[in-house]
Design a protein around this ligand. Structure first.
Ligand code: OAD
Length: 251
């Protein structure tokens, strides 16, 4: 992949003029940090594991130890990962536009570690634990194979959104409001196959926003975007920031 991605000047201008930039990120933005995506062929988690065995409430109740083993493995992997140039560029971008709403489907916390503030975690956070019964956030023993809730003694679960579950209300409200309000919507490193996140770009476009994607592969929605940049996020986002600063992309 080329290390020199040209960002179209009309896209740079539209972002420069934007009153409110709404950014949606997916697993692809953390791929260069060594965090596996879900649907990339061969390397994606869902090419090796079945979501119905690991990422549903039924699967958890059937075999909480198996599910926790998988989440502990992912927690350890993510804890060793570092934010990459894409996360860092997005954190810089926040200070360059009047308003930026960052919505992430990722549960890895890498945006926050890169310095982004007010990140809306659409699918929760892998380092948060919740009581399976009451849903409340809890502290529990990280070294236990199947942690329990210190208050009620019931099962603790990872604080992520599983298939068949609803998006946390505040996160959904924030995302819908931002998509309707923004004048530029930028989708980064997501296959745009999982709703409701995948519907946000359409919502923004219908409300009059310019819509763009940065993805290492073209997605099914690319043809409906104003701009579709096929590049690694860790290359394209620093190039975008450089362009906004008026610099030529680094050669
Ligand atoms: P996917 O794995 O579905 O898609 C990742 C996207 O990132 C793909 O379109 C890749 O082409 C792209 N990609 C890979 N590496 C990239 C890079 N270096 N730069 C830019 N793009 C790159 O991940 P998501 O769309 O995030 O949900 O998946 C959405 C949801 O499905 C996840 O939040 C998760 C999953 O099941 C839950 O767990 C609820």
């Amino acid at each position: 992949m080329s290390a020199n991605v040209a960002i179209p000047s009309d896209m740079v201008e539209a972002i420069r003029d934007a009153r409110h930039l709404c950014v949606l990120t997916g697993a692809g933005i953390s791929a260069e940090s060594g965090v596996p995506t879900f649907r990339d062929a061969h390397t994606g988690l869902w090419s090796q594991y079945r979501p119905q065995d690991l990422a549903t409430a039924d699967a958890f109740l059937r075999d909480p130890e198996l599910v926790w083993r998988w989440y502990h493995w992912r927690q350890n992997l993510i804890a060793k990962a570092e934010p990459n140039p894409a996360h860092l560029a997005l954190a810089r971008l926040e200070a360059m536009v009047p308003r930026l709403t960052l919505i992430t489907q990722n549960v890895d916390g890498l945006h926050q570690r890169a310095g982004s503030t007010e990140v809306t975690e659409f699918h929760g956070n892998i380092f948060v634990n919740r009581c399976f019964i009451e849903g409340l956030e809890i502290e529990c023993d990280k070294d236990t194979a199947v942690p329990t809730c210190p208050a009620c003694g019931g099962l603790a679960r990872p604080g992520v959104v599983w298939f068949g579950e609803t998006i946390p209300e505040v996160a959904l409200d924030t995302a819908l409001t931002a998509a309707r309000d923004c004048d530029f919507f930028l989708s980064i490193g997501t296959s745009s196959l999982v709703y409701p996140a995948a519907g946000l770009a359409d919502l923004a476009r219908e409300a009059g926003a310019v819509v763009a994607e940065i993805n290492s592969q073209t997605t099914d929605l690319a043809c409906s975007y104003n701009f579709a940049i096929q590049a690694q996020a860790g290359v394209a986002l620093p190039a975008l920031v450089n362009s906004l600063l008026g610099h030529r992309a680094a050669l």
